[in-house]
Design a protein around this ligand. Structure first.
Ligand SMILES: NC(=O)C1=CN([C@@H]2O[C@H](COP(=O)(O)OP(=O)(O)OC[C@H]3O[C@@H](n4cnc5c(N)ncnc54)[C@H](O)[C@@H]3O)[C@@H](O)[C@H]2O)[C@H](O)CC1
Ligand SMILES: [K+]
Length: 503
């Protein structure tokens, strides 16, 4: 199933559509939410656990009342702690509060620190339904006390939808949030589940369905997760009658006297990922040294002073440029030459990005797809912003580069974000910390090259390439390696493990 990623606004739009156009009542959605969350909670707790459910002023609190009633009805030991005065609970939440009370449930209205502290330390599990999508600005008194006490003394915390206080969207640097052990996300993960500075607040997360219609997600949600299902569905299978020419003839330009290895890894990864033929265009000084490391490739020597080499670009189906090529003036001129003279998909990585920075507008006029594959440091360099600024708002900045320069952007990281020039965004699901090592990006560039040559849709090729790269690392870490010892060259071998899952 497609997992959508939503902003707060998109989720409210989906909600409104469901209520107004489809005709499902808000109280019913809240009932569904509370029931679905309770079911998940039951799998995480023991029957003997003392449960305390913190509820706040909005509909997230309303979910809390439904959860309390559902669990109480199953003979769990449940206490509701309401952290706002009675008059703050209104609408659907008030309806479910009254139902809970009519069921015989009791409510502790606790706003003093000592009361909140006592009830929290005397519970085995805290269910956090203080705030959800609707959080705005700094937490007001009462709520902030509850959040701080929960973070200090709670044994286990399960948040409903979002850890309370955490913004759903990107762009917020300062906030006070519950630190959850587990978050039960309603319907679709929010953008903040994929940002470096906010993702950890969720702990482990899982989604529950509350009956919102797929058609509403298709209409309003703009992003989704790319996982095994998507990879399996659209990864092209090899035709038994195919020949090497059918799988693309790729050129990879890079490497230099001091960095000869990266281009080899790119070439090997491309061949392992299925490319038909790979030519390495590199410094004539290093060819003899590296040729024995990738005997399947052919080589095109580039004299280091010659930035207009007579490479027959028209013979290639796709090109990568940049890995290990260094930052000399000649390398810069070579990158500019390739950007201008080639008319096939071009993947620009590493030092290639450094060089295109001087004239990004050139990318805009290319007729064939251009793909930039920066890590956060390179992306910040392209944008003239700090890495911190980038990481707080990576979806926005990816979109900005993609649309301004008419390029595909692969922003690499724990949650790699792939953006098309038309503004479609996907987050790759695979990968682990073992990939945080030198050479990892070179391997990805090779897989990207191979897949761009084999899939009609550049977007799907990029998504599948990122998935394969991460999944290879995941399978290696599960089976034979750890995220400590994994090396980029291992990942090349791991590609086979990923492909074998398809057979
Ligand atoms: N389709 C769905 O996803 C459904 C979601 N449900 C749940 O409802 C919440 C969103 O509800 P909403 O009422 O819009 O927001 P909150 O619960 O977060 O509460 C807003 C509430 O809080 C006050 N507030 C906002 N910021 C602050 C602050 N800084 N300090 C203090 N108080 C603050 C604000 O004034 C409002 O009164 C969603 O997350 C789901 O859990 C539905 O139950 C079912 C459908
Ligand atoms: K919450």
């Amino acid at each position: 199933m497609k997992v959508y990623i939503v902003t707060a606004k998109e989720m409210y739009d989906i909600d409104n559509y469901t209520m107004k156009k489809i005709g499902m009542d808000g109280k019913l959605l809240m009932e569904n939410a509370g029931r679905a969350v309770s079911e998940k909670v039951e799998r995480l707790i023991e029957k003997s656990d003392r449960i305390c459910i913190f509820v706040g002023p909005g509909n997230n609190g309303g979910d809390g009342f439904v959860i309390a009633r559902t669990l109480m009805n199953k003979r769990y030991d449940v206490t509701i702690v309401q952290v706002v005065p009675d008059e703050k609970i209104t609408g659907d939440a008030l309806y479910h509060k009254n139902v809970f009370v009519n069921y015989g449930g009791s409510i502790l209205i606790a706003q003093q620190e000592s009361e909140v502290h006592d009830v929290t330390v005397n519970s085995d599990v805290v269910i956090d339904a203080i705030l959800g999508l609707g959080v705005k600005g700094d937490l007001r008194e009462g709520l902030i006390t509850a959040v701080e006490v929960i973070n200090e003394v709670a044994n286990r915390v399960i948040s409903v939808d979002i850890p309370s206080g955490l913004p759903a969207d990107e762009g917020m640097e300062e906030f006070t949030s519950v630190q959850a052990d587990f978050t039960i996300v309603i319907e679709a993960p929010k953008v903040s589940a994929f940002l470096q500075h906010t993702a950890l607040y969720y702990g482990v997360w899982d989604t529950v369905s509350i009956g919102l219609p797929l058609i509403a997600f298709q209409r309003y949600a703009k992003r989704n997760v790319w996982g095994y299902e998507q990879f399996k569905d659209c990864m092209p299978r090899r035709d038994p009658y195919s020949h090497k020419g059918d799988h693309g003839k790729g050129l990879t330009i890079g490497g230099s006297a001091t960095m000869p290895g990266s281009i080899v890894m790119t070439a090997k990864a491309a061949l392992r990922a299925g490319a038909g033929l790979i030519t390495i265009g590199t410094s004539e000084k290093v060819i003899n040294r590296i040729a024995s490391q990738c005997i399947e490739a052919t080589y095109f020597p580039i004299h280091e002073q010659n930035n207009h080499p007579s490479i027959p670009f028209e013979e290639f189906d796709a090109i990568t440029i940049g890995m290990g090529m260094g930052r000399s003036g000649n390398a810069a001129a070579l990158v500019a030459h390739v950007v201008e003279q080639t008319d096939c998909p071009l993947i620009i990585d590493a030092d290639g990005l450094f060089h295109v920075k001087t004239d990004l507008a050139k990318l805009k006029v290319r007729k064939s797809p251009t793909i930039v594959t920066p890590h956060p440091g390179e992306m910040a360099m392209l944008l003239d912003i700090s890495v911190k600024e980038l990481l707080i708002t990576p979806f926005y900045w990816s979109m900005k580069i993609a649309q301004t320069y008419n390029v595909y952007v692969v922003l690499k990281g724990k949650h790699t974000i792939i953006t098309t020039p038309e503004g479609i965004q996907v987050v790759n699901k695979s990968g682990n910390a073992g990939l945080a090592k030198g050479g990892s990006g070179d391997v990805l560039a090779g897989i990207l090259l191979a897949l761009v040559m084999q899939q009609r849709s550049v977007f799907q090729a990029l998504c599948n390439a990122c998935f394969i790269h991460g999944k290879a690392a995941d399978l290696l870490v599960e089976e034979t390696h750890s995220d400590q010892d994994l090396m980029a060259s291992d990942v090349i071998e791991g590609i086979s493990k990923v492909y074998r899952t398809l057979s």
